[in-house]
Ligand binder design. Structure first.
Ligand code: SF4
Length: 333
């Protein structure tokens, strides 16, 4: 099926219009940039990219806004910390260009390099996207690998952010995966709808709804303030199409490292039709140690959150360990 959307360009306009200057970011929030100039150099390490719909969810005048802190460059990023690496999950070992086969039955496909937003804590901030920015020919190589491995039953579209790809490119790829009979599930890991809700186009919804693969979308939301009415409305067609929506968060110091914030996030996710799924321990990527929550602190926070929430709203606290076949649950006792 080839797809045409009714609003294909709106999200692209937002994408073309992302804020890349920290000065502009702070000015939009009514914060005097000159007081923070010493931090702006960190953009050399990882560029600044913030979509405007995400900025609209930030509190004006608050340099400690939990959404702003996720995207604001800081001079702390120059600090080199023992035990932190540029590739904490050892993801540089691809089996085909843009294809990682970390788990026996699942492959992770880097559908599109780069994201609409650059989260400062990103564990892929040092990933050589340029070397892994796949073309259709590369996708073909990845598809051949998947077809040759009968044990693969699920394909995970990742990135960067897979929804950075055009709807027509996604359709091309999905149709070829549908033709591989041993693949039964398709999962999309994306943050794009959270930062540009217009990305949920009618064409995208139709493609997923009509696929023989069982599609699932795993969103990435760290704080309840990321969920507003515009975002909730954008999800309605996916919910009407009965596409399961999950969320994974990263536990981040100064952003969501308290029981009240986490419980409020889970409640709001549920109200929006999204199931809380994982709460990730921070990956030890070089330059972002200032976001780290120590394991014992994390356990205490999660135990406090469990006392507030019903069990079905508790995300699993997990850590990803390089070379391990699964995410490793953290023992809460
Ligand atoms: S959306 Fe995900 S992959 Fe992209 S910068 Fe943020 S954390 Fe990293």
């Amino acid at each position: 099926m080839h797809i045409t959307g009714t609003t294909p360009h709106t999200w692209k306009k937002e994408l073309a219009n992302v804020v890349t200057e920290p000065t502009e970011l702070l000015e939009l929030l009514g914060i005097e940039p000159n007081n923070y100039l010493q931090h702006f150099k960190a953009r050399q390490l990882f560029p600044v990219r913030v979509p405007r719909p995400f900025i609209e969810k930030m509190k004006k005048g608050d340099i400690n806004d939990p959404l702003l802190k996720q995207v604001m460059p800081l001079h702390n990023e120059f600090v080199i910390t023992d035990g932190f690496t540029t590739d904490p999950l050892e993801e540089h070992d691809t089996v085909a260009k843009g294809l990682l086969h970390k788990y026996k039955h699942r492959v992770l496909m880097i559908v599109k390099a780069g994201c609409a937003i650059n989260c400062r804590y990103c564990f892929r901030r040092h990933f050589p996207y340029q070397d892994n920015s796949p073309s259709k020919a590369d996708w073909q190589e990845a598809l051949t690998y998947i077809a040759d491995h009968n044990e693969i039953n699920e394909v995970i579209f990742s990135g960067g952010d897979p929804l950075m790809a055009n709807d027509n490119h996604l359709a091309w790829l999905i149709e070829r995966i549908e033709a591989i009979s041993h693949v039964s599930r398709l999962r999309l890991h994306t943050r794009l709808p959270v930062v540009i809700p217009q990305r949920i186009t009618p064409a995208l919804v139709a493609q997923l709804k009509n696929s023989r693969l069982k599609p699932t979308i795993v969103l990435h939301i760290n704080h309840p303030n990321e969920i507003n009415q515009e975002f909730a409305d954008a999800l309605e067609p996916l919910k009407a199409a009965r596409i399961p929506l999950f969320n994974q968060s990263v536990l981040l110091k100064g952003i969501n490292d308290d029981a009240q914030t986490l419980s409020s996030l889970s409640e709001k996710l549920f109200d929006t039709g999204i199931q809380p799924y994982y709460l990730h321990m921070f990956d030890k990527v070089q330059g972002v140690a200032h976001f780290e929550v120590e394991e014992q602190t994390a356990i205490n926070i999660v135990n406090e959150t469990m006392a507030i929430l019903p069990g079905f709203l508790m995300p699993k606290l997990v850590r990803e360990i390089a070379g391990e076949a699964n995410k490793t649950p953290i023992n809460l006792t």
